[in-house]
Ligand binder design. Structure first.
Ligand code: ADP
Length: 402
């Protein structure tokens, strides 16, 4: 079966077409600037490229154009739309309603809608993507894969905040966690790669990208994660502050006559590596500046390293130890130097990096711990799309999701 994977943002739509017979990528595309000037579709399929530059008013038009590109007789990937067996959608916030991927029906859409207050930027866009596919591809089943679902196994002691319980009951205030599809994929893949039984293995996953999150995965189940009710909590990120005393928000709002929304916008978009360094949110720029002696870039990088180390220590405490530590996403997969700094001094816990293996371990599945390291340290490139495609295939063919 051929499965289309859709990741709809407010003004963009990313897609991939995968032939599940061999899990081959058939086409990959991006529709950008939907509803704004300069709309464009770019698609690559089997060495051919298609570019459509034309006004694209909304997500329905974006989907129509996507199908036109996919079925292009010369440069497309399929002859007819009917060859696409199902569509898997990435959805940010499933709240407490979804513990796994689901076939989309009216009830599921209502639940995604009900979670808009928790994911105000992403859920409406994700819904637009779903509804556009329903319109443009009638009769093709749609599946939702949630960023939050994998973390739903966390116990209350990990997901509750220390505010009165009524806020959880009345307003669903709790930790949800994000990047769940990635944490699920890399924790499982790491065990397969190392030949370990997932049901007996304690894994700490470090998803370090523009947005970063950590997770403690005990015997295949997530027991704690660093992101919270929104993706703002946890380690310092490209533009997000990560965890801090919430009184900071009040203090800045009062002093600078800003609203809570304005301060939080600053915490989400102008903070983190960018805010501390004053230079860039991109780790490559931070590394280059820090290596040439820029003090604030050095502090920003040290804050990230220190934050990751604290989570590794605390998640080892949560699981009474750790067997595998996984690095993934842009920084985790490429940042050998950062990985070395993160893992230095963890020998007391039985985790010892091999310097050369770490340098050679970028961008591919690799063991980067020393042969005598009790804790295995690995790089596993994440692949959220394949998880969405596999879940979608399982759901539409009635097979259990792994
Ligand atoms: P997103 O969260 O947007 O999916 P990615 O997982 O692609 O982000 O990660 C982006 C981050 O990865 C950026 O900070 C980028 O600088 C970093 N990155 C990419 N390549 C390297 C590299 N060679 N060394 C260090 N960081 C890198």
């Amino acid at each position: 079966m051929k499965i289309l994977i859709v990741n709809a943002g407010s003004s963009s739509l990313k897609y991939q077409l995968v032939d599940m017979d061999g899990e081959k990528l058939m086409a990959k595309g991006l529709v950008e600037r939907i509803g704004i000037e300069g709309s464009k579709l770019t698609q690559k399929a089997g060495g051919e490229q298609i570019v459509f530059e034309q006004p694209i008013k909304d997500h329905t038009e974006a989907c129509t154009l996507m199908i036109k590109a996919l079925t292009d007789p010369e440069k497309g990937a399929v002859k007819e739309m009917s060859e696409i067996g199902a569509v898997g959608h990435r959805v940010l916030h499933g709240g407490e309603a979804f513990t796994a991927s689901v076939l989309i029906n009216e009830e599921v859409k209502d639940a995604i809608r009900a979670n808009i207050p928790l994911g105000p930027l992403h859920n409406p866009a994700n819904l637009m993507g779903i509804e556009a596919c329903e319109k443009v591809m009638p009769g093709t089943p749609n599946v939702a894969v949630f960023d939050t679902a994998f973390h739903q196994t966390m116990p209350p002691k990990a997901f509750l905040y220390g505010v009165p319980y009524e806020y959880y009951e009345r307003l669903h205030v709790r930790r949800y966690g994000f990047h769940g599809t990635s944490h699920r994929y890399v924790s499982k893949r790491a065990c397969e790669f190392l030949g370990l039984d997932r049901a007996k293995t304690r894994v700490i996953t470090c998803h370090l990208g523009n947005g970063s999150s950590m997770a403690a995965v005990d015997c295949g189940k997530c027991v704690d994660t660093s992101m919270g009710i929104t993706p703002l909590e946890g380690v310092i990120m490209g533009t997000r502050s990560g965890s801090m005393d919430p009184a900071v928000v009040q203090y800045i709002a009062n002093n600078d006559h800003m609203t809570v929304d304005e301060v939080l916008n600053m915490c989400n978009k102008k903070s983190g590596l960018l805010g501390i360094s004053g230079l860039s949110s991109d780790m490559r720029d931070i590394d280059a500046a820090a290596d040439s002696g820029n003090e604030r870039a050095i502090i920003a990088r040290d804050m990230l390293i220190s934050g990751i180390r604290k989570y590794i220590g605390s998640y080892a405490a949560v699981m009474n130890g750790v067997d595998v530590i996984v690095f993934t996403a842009g920084i985790g997969e490429n940042g050998a130097e950062l990985r070395e700094k993160v893992m230095s001094g963890f020998e007391y816990m039985g985790a010892k990096l091999d310097r050369q293996k770490n340098i050679d371990g970028n961008r591919k599945e690799s063991v980067i711990s020393a042969d005598d390291s009790k804790v295995k340290i690995v790089v596993i490139p994440t692949d959220e799309e394949i998880v969405i495609a596999r879940d979608t295939l399982c759901i539409v063919t009635g097979k259990p999701i792994e």
